[in-house]
Design a binder for this molecule. Structure first.
Ligand code: ADP
Length: 477
């Protein structure tokens, strides 16, 4: 199949979250299965191009959106030929990936148009146009309204993947001319338009041939008012086309037996390196190592979605009453950063918080911690709990979205399960689950079995890419 994909993030060029990992891993895996995959993604100013081997696909492509004109250059990464980087400094050299600038919609419409126009130049006839998140969500409608004359796209089926329903790309209807819809504006959602709004994600939901999200549980949740973020009526209407496909893990980067970032490698047969990693991690963060004291790890965007406020309530009594330590890594919301900083001040020998983004430290926490806390309010899929399973770092999670699909409650009676799961999203629920984890940690006959149950799980991309492959084939039928 010819697969054209559009994504605002892609590892290794850009990343703020799971989307980048998904696109960066799914594309080469599909290519290895024999498909011609071409992903269009912006060349942001953070990308160090001196480290890349780029070839020019199109030196000069003019894109007109309403009254705005952009001149873009399309480059291909010779070492990663699925990646097509759209170079347009006026749009993508902003010092951060996303902005609140008034031209945010233009930044991503340009990306989508660059993908379609470059396909025309290349004579690339996609069987599938795979649009990721709101940034690409106008493209199924754009294809229908502006490109249907071109036989190149006559067999193109479209798929919208929603990585997080709460980011929808809502704009004022003043941007209408920038959509280039001319005589086709009736195709926009008219009630929204009359209220002066244009919601990009909604138009993906309305016009894509298929809709997917990143876990089966989240696919069900987003069709309910509680998790639907206003989009649930539209998703319910298209219920038969909404599917959940769990993200895979890139085990090349995230496996304790080959992780380049961790000082001591280990695997299922010999876990001894894990304790050494823990000791190294604690010392590097300025905390004492005491044998038998469990270490809880947190790696997260600091955002309301992640439920970290529950940690702020549940942890102080645990830290005061029990021998337990915490290392947290995260950046984002200043209030949550403040919360972790005050925990560190209150428990200086037990808590260390690193406010920032660090890939190496993320790996070292996965390898060194005993328990991983992920109390997300909602979680479309979540990657860190799956990394944790692989590293024998037992996850403590809220039963929602992908967390519910990937972590099973430990049952000491028959020694099954991979972690600890709480149902009620409150501090009591989290406190209960952490308490269960800490008690189990002390049972030296149980804990290694629990760790190994998780380490044996396989959430590799090869399996998941085959599921996408099947979905691509079914689209529109
Ligand atoms: P989301 O996409 O909602 O942020 P995921 O769990 O799907 O959540 O993916 C998060 C990814 O971002 C993981 O690969 C995680 O390791 C990484 N990550 C998040 N915050 C940080 C940070 N401060 N430093 C390093 N990596 C981080």
């Amino acid at each position: 199949m010819n697969i054209l994909a559009i994504s605002s993030e892609m590892v290794p060029y850009s990343k703020t979250g799971g989307l980048a990992d998904v696109v960066g891993a799914l594309s080469p895996t599909l290519a290895n299965l024999g498909h011609d995959v071409r992903v269009f993604t912006p060349l942001y100013d953070q990308v160090d191009t001196s480290q890349l081997n780029l070839e020019v696909v199109l030196p000069d492509l003019d894109i007109a959106l309403g009254d705005h004109h952009y001149r873009v250059r399309v480059l291909r990464d010779v070492d990663n030929p699925t990646a097509f980087l759209v170079h347009c400094p006026v749009l993508y050299a902003r010092g951060s990936i996303y902005t609140h600038h008034p031209d945010e919609h233009l930044r991503y419409l340009t990306l989508g148009w660059a993908a379609l126009l470059t396909s025309q130049h290349m004579g690339f006839s996609p069987d599938v146009l795979h649009c990721h998140d709101w940034q690409a969500a106008m493209m199924p409608l754009t294809l229908k309204a502006c490109f249907s004359w071109d036989r190149l796209f006559e067999n193109t089926r479209t798929l919208l993947t929603i990585h997080n329903l709460n980011y929808q790309g809502g704009f004022s209807s003043r941007i209408l001319p920038d959509l280039n819809l001319q005589g086709s504006t009736h195709l926009l959602h008219q009630d929204y338009l009359h209220q002066g709004r244009i919601n990009f994600l909604l138009h993906g939901v309305l016009y894509a041939d298929g809709i997917s999200t990143v876990s089966p549980t989240y696919a069900r949740e987003i069709q309910t008012p509680e998790y639907g973020a206003g989009m649930d009526p539209f998703l319910r209407e298209r219920s038969s086309t909404v599917v959940g496909i769990l993200n895979g893990v890139d085990y090349e980067s995230w496996s304790p037996e080959k992780d380049e970032f961790i000082p001591y490698r280990y695997d299922l047969d010999d876990l001894s390196g894990k304790e050494k990693n823990k000791k190294h991690l604690l010392h590097s963060m300025g905390l004492p190592y005491v044998e038998g004291v469990p270490l809880i790890g947190v790696i997260s965007r600091l955002a309301g979605q992640k439920g970290l406020d529950l940690l702020g309530e549940a942890l102080p009594p645990l830290l005061a009453q029990r021998n337990v330590q915490l290392i947290a890594l995260g950046s984002g919301d200043p209030g949550l950063a403040q919360m972790f900083a005050s925990l560190q001040r209150a428990f200086p020998r037990q808590v260390c918080f690193f406010n920032g983004y660090s890939e190496p430290l993320a790996h070292r926490i996965e390898a060194g911690a005993d328990i991983f806390a992920m109390p997300s309010r909602y979680e479309p899929c979540g990657l860190n709990q799956m990394y944790s399973l692989r590293y024998g770092t037992v996850p403590v999670v809220h039963r929602t979205g992908g967390l519910a699909d990937t972590v099973q409650m430990w049952n000491p009676a028959n020694k099954t399960g991979t972690g600890f799961v709480f149902d009620h999203h409150d501090a009591t629920g989290l406190h209960w689950a952490l308490g269960r984890a800490l008690e189990t940690y002390r049972r030296r006959d149980e804990w290694p079995i629990l760790m190994k149950n998780g380490m044996k799980k396989d959430y590799s991309w090869t399996n998941q890419a085959r599921v996408y492959e099947e979905l691509y084939r079914r689209l529109g039928s």
